[in-house]
Design a protein around this ligand. Structure first.
Ligand code: NAD
Length: 504
């Protein structure tokens, strides 16, 4: 099955439909565009003309190519004008019954060899196909907004989708310059499912007042994410994000793993929807800037008689290099204990410990000492100077260590941000949960590890894919954080994926 020269019908001339029509026309397809709202398809073509002109003005597209692409797009007034389509891509309202009715109607019009694709972002592809005479030719072709710019296309197979149909859409996506990834029809497909913890863990930390939004955002941006979860939720709109969270939660039979947050519901109820309403976690009025995350001011310079760097890993190597530099002035050199069971710094009697998921309180109890601080996992190595890093102090840490712990993190080159003593702090917790979700997706055959990595990097701009993080960290390390979260909070939310357990 080859769709490269197929005449395309796009149904729904909204944001997504217009973008899909543009991409198909630029790839050389004749494109018919239909919308039930009178004039909508013609208006969309008008907007596309302006978009293509803009591309020509910026030198990104030749004038001839733009004219030719535009000439290939034909708005139509009635669906039966599209009887010759070889591929239909549906981008209408996100309602199961509307989509089913449309495809049933289309089946009566188009030839039996015509492929039917849906751009749904949350409805089961299997359910949309139910009731069709040929359910095998229906497939999900899930684009991301803005369609011409976003490379990812999730090719979603329902229970009855014929493999040859999914393969043809996959190949077509490639010829359109996209990166297609196969997915099985399950709630949220790949991206909208695996991304849930990015928001959910931050919302959980906010709910228990572990830190301010700007602190959580700063920590995750230092880990390489382009936007912090709070800024991102403000941008997406809390109403939209809450709706997606709710739909994934409901579609998973109310699995507590996906439970929406009270923080989110309250903001939606109050109309604090983010940028579009002028206020979300942050304010977007005139003169409102983003509040800065204030690093714990070092009350005193970092001092020690004896420093030992613990741990065998790359993070310990980085700490050793930084500690060596920091100690030059005091005429000291750090010792190294590569056999240690923990990673971090021993500063005289006190300990600065890389999070393994346990809280500072638990670490202090396990180490039988009071002067303990735990710090978050630096995800970018070597950490750029002044990178934000969360830390928490054990409850009975002495006054001296309360100022020395952040002073040492600052001396090691970080901007230390104080957090309540929570398991896995911000980055370790969030990344462990992203990896866990991706592992379950692979366990359930939703996608391959490579597919998950590509989808998260291209669909939501993650700096790395979950399985790439896993390769740089360790299965045991991730399980350690998940088990610590599970022990701390109890319940279903932090259960470890069997896919990870098998690899431990
Ligand atoms: P939109 O509201 O901008 O456009 C939908 C268009 O479909 C409207 O012009 C409407 O008049 C038309 N329409 C409604 N019912 C119709 C019918 N029965 N027949 C023909 N036209 C009909 O919506 P959108 O944001 O473009 O989303 C469209 C689809 O794409 C939805 O399924 C949505 O879930 C999915 N999607 C959206 C995004 C996004 O970021 N907006 C991303 C991926 C997927």
């Amino acid at each position: 099955m080859d769709l490269r020269n197929a005449p395309v019908l796009v149904v729904g001339a909204g944001i997504m439909g217009a973008g899909i029509a543009q991409v198909a026309a630029q790839a050389g397809h004749g494109v018919q565009l239909f919308d039930t709202r009178t004039g909508a398809a013609a208006d969309a073509k008008g907007r596309l003309a302006a978009t293509l002109e803009g591309l020509v003005a910026k030198g990104r597209l030749g004038a001839d190519a733009a004219t030719a692409a535009l000439a290939r797009i034909s708005p139509i007034d009635a669906l039966d004008e599209a009887a010759g389509a070889g591929l239909v891509i549906e981008a209408i309202v996100e309602q199961l019954e509307a989509k089913r009715a449309l495809f049933r109607q289309l089946e009566g019009l188009v030839a039996p060899g015509c492929v039917l694709a849906t751009n749904t972002s949350s409805i089961s592809v299997t359910a949309i196909a139910n009731g069709l005479a040929q359910p095998g030719r229906l497939v999900g072709m899930h684009f991301f907004n803005p369609v011409p710019l976003m490379k990812l296309v999730e090719v979603v197979s329902g229970l009855q989708t014929e493999p040859a149909v999914a393969e043809a859409i996959f190949e077509l996506g490639r010829t359109w310059g996209k990166t297609p990834v196969h997915a099985k029809s399950t709630p949220g497909f790949i991206v909208n499912r695996i991304a849930r913890p990015y928001y959910a863990e931050t919302l959980a930390l906010l709910l228990e007042q572990a830190a301010e939004p700007q602190v959580l955002d700063a920590c995750l941006k230092a880990a390489g994410f382009r936007m912090g979860p709070c800024e991102l939720m403000d941008l997406i709109g809390h109403d939209t994000n809450f709706a997606v969270t709710q739909s994934v939660y409901e579609a998973n039979f109310f699995d507590k793993r996906y439970v929406p947050s009270l923080v989110q519901r309250e903001m939606v109820a109050g109309g604090l929807l983010g940028r579009k309403s002028g206020r979300g976690f942050y304010r977007y009025g005139e003169g409102d800037g983003m509040p800065a995350a204030t690093a714990a001011a070092p009350g005193a310079p970092a001092r020690a008689h004896e420093v030992t760097v613990h741990g065998p890993d790359g993070i310990a190597d980085m700490l050793e290099a930084a500690a060596t530099k920091a100690l030059v002035e005091q005429g000291l050199r750090p010792a190294r204990d590569r056999e240690s069971t923990w990673t971090g710094l021993r500063v005289d009697g006190a300990r600065l410990v890389l999070s393994d998921g346990r809280t500072a309180q638990q670490l202090a109890a396990a180490m039988d000492t009071t002067d303990v601080a735990v710090f978050d996992r630096p995800l970018v190595l070597p950490a750029p100077p002044g990178a934000a890093l969360a830390f928490a102090l054990a409850p009975h840490a002495g006054e001296g260590w309360r100022t020395q712990a952040p002073a040492w993190l600052a001396a090691l080159g970080f901007a230390p941000l104080a957090l309540a003593d929570t398991p896995g702090l911000v980055v370790a917790r969030t990344v462990a949960m992203l990896v866990n979700e991706a592992a379950d997706a692979v366990l359930q055959g939703v996608c391959t590890p490579e597919g998950a990595d590509a989808a998260m990097k291209l669909g939501v701009n993650y700096p790395a894919g979950p399985f790439e993080w896993l390769a740089r960290w360790s299965v045991r390390g991730v399980i350690g954080v998940l088990d610590a979260l599970d022990a701390h909070y109890r319940g279903e939310r932090y259960r470890t994926s069997p896919w990870l357990r098998r690899r431990a």
